[in-house]
Design a protein around this ligand. Structure first.
Ligand SMILES: Cc1cc2nc3c(=O)[nH]c(=O)nc-3n(C[C@H](O)[C@H](O)[C@H](O)COP(=O)(O)OP(=O)(O)OC[C@H]3O[C@@H](n4cnc5c(N)ncnc54)[C@H](O)[C@@H]3O)c2cc1C
Ligand code: FES
Length: 362
């Protein structure tokens, strides 16, 4: 499949592998770079020669063995697909969560020469085809990771693209990819980068404050005309979406990536039909628990200490697949199940809300 961009190989992958066709791979860490006080980039080499194909913006699953327990976490790929196609390398840019099980271990223990297991690519947040019009990449904190993959891809394949990068950080030392952004701006005439700091120190002359319509208008007066790719905390993305929509932009032109549990909204009809005190009885194999109205099966299970394996909590990785034997659910996932899986009666616990009592199995 050719597109207007010429020599594109990894970029023009028709569709990512679904969790139906998982590829378990071994990645060797070959370098670690400090990006900010609590963010590091890990550079991996794929130990297979046929590097996996992914689309900029997608994520992968790392599977670690921690004290005899399998632990899965999803991370966005920050490098461009071209890097894996050309030299089998791939980068993840990870924030160390102070009480985080996996990111603390990766930051403190993972060194060049060590290997981790992985499965990818995953997710519907992706730069599938070259955007026809201007785009906006809007991020907060480590949400810059998948957007950096997109920007690096665009820098290679469409350096003349009109791109506005808007990034929110706390302090100047927390800004990610600052040097690379400055370099890219010299090569990409229509790349405009704006940073806002919520806790600016003395000597900061850029924008300050949390994301708002005023700040967005100052950075991108034509924001509503842009195709937006947004990643950051949920409240940040909700604010950015509201600002985009308030100026008349279409919902379909706003793409988000959640780094944690994405809300599965209860429809007004369901809310009206179910009283707030309703409880659903759930049987999972030999275990029994209850779910409140609006809760996902995963949330209800973890509240009652019933373990369901989870890799992303946002419907993209397929780790929380369960068989539904009976009952009614409302499921909204992000590509973590194929249509064949759905036809077989599989559901995703993280993306399904019960609408009746349920009988489930692993
Ligand atoms: C699609 C997707 C892409 C992602 N991409 C990235 C990325 O590029 N970079 C990145 O850094 N992250 C990314 N994430 C987030 C990542 O998957 C992890 O959720 C995150 O890094 C935390 O993992 P952890 O094991 O370190 O923390 P966990 O152990 O899962 O803890 C998560 C949070 O809970 C808190 N916590 C843990 N234990 C307790 C406790 N006992 N009491 C109270 N609080 C507690 C921790 O402080 C932490 O804030 C992504 C997530 C998704 C779904
Ligand atoms: S945990 Fe990833 S799809 Fe549910």
């Amino acid at each position: 499949m050719a597109n207007s961009l010429g020599d594109i190989d990894a970029f023009e992958v028709p569709f990512p592998g679904t969790p139906d066709a998982p590829v378990d791979r071994v990645l060797e860490c070959i370098d670690v770079r400090c990006e900010s006080p609590d963010v590091k980039t890990f550079v991996f080499r794929d130990t297979e020669l046929n590097g996996p194909r992914f689309v900029a913006g997608q994520a992968m699953l790392l599977t670690l063995d921690m004290e005899g327990e399998r632990v899965d976490r999803t991370f966005s790929i920050a490098s461009a697909p071209g890097a894996i196609a050309n030299n089998h390398t791939l980068e993840l840019t990870l924030k160390r969560q102070p009480a985080g099980r996996v990111t603390r271990w990766l930051h403190d223990e993972l060194k060049p020469g060590m290997c981790v297991r992985s499965r990818y690519p995953l997710g519907v947040f992706r730069l599938d085809t070259m955007p026809q019009g201007p785009i906006a990449l809007v991020s907060a904190g480590s949400g810059a990771s998948p957007l950096m993959s997109m920007l690096r891809t665009l820098a290679h394949h469409a350096p003349g693209q009109d791109i506005a990068w808007f990034h929110a950080a706390r302090r100047a030392e927390d800004i990610l990819f600052a040097d690379e952004l400055a370099t890219l701006q010299t090569r990409m005439p229509k790349l405009q980068a704006t940073i806002t700091l919520s806790q600016p120190g003395p000597g900061w002359f850029g924008l300050r404050g949390r994301v708002s319509r005023r700040l967005i208008a100052a950075a991108m007066p034509d924001f509503f005309t842009r195709e937006v790719y947004c990643c950051g905390p949920t409240s940040f993305m909700d604010d950015v979406r509201r600002i985009h929509a308030a100026d008349g932009a279409r919902h379909a032109r706003f793409h988000v990536e959640h780094f944690g549990a994405a809300a599965v909204p209860t429809s007004p009809a369901d809310s009206a039909a179910l009283g707030a005190d309703t409880r659903f009885n759930i049987t999972l194999g030999e275990k029994h628990f209850t779910a409140r109205v609006g809760e996902t099966i995963l949330m209800a299970a973890s509240r009652q200490h019933v373990v369901i394996p989870c890799g992303c909590a946002s419907g993209i990785c397929g780790t929380c697949k369960l068989h539904k034997r009976s009952g009614v659910i409302d499921m909204r996932h992000q590509g973590g199940l194929s249509t064949e899986d759905e036809a077989k009666g599989l559901i995703l616990a993280c993306s399904s809300r019960p609408l009746s009592d349920l009988a489930l199995d692993f």
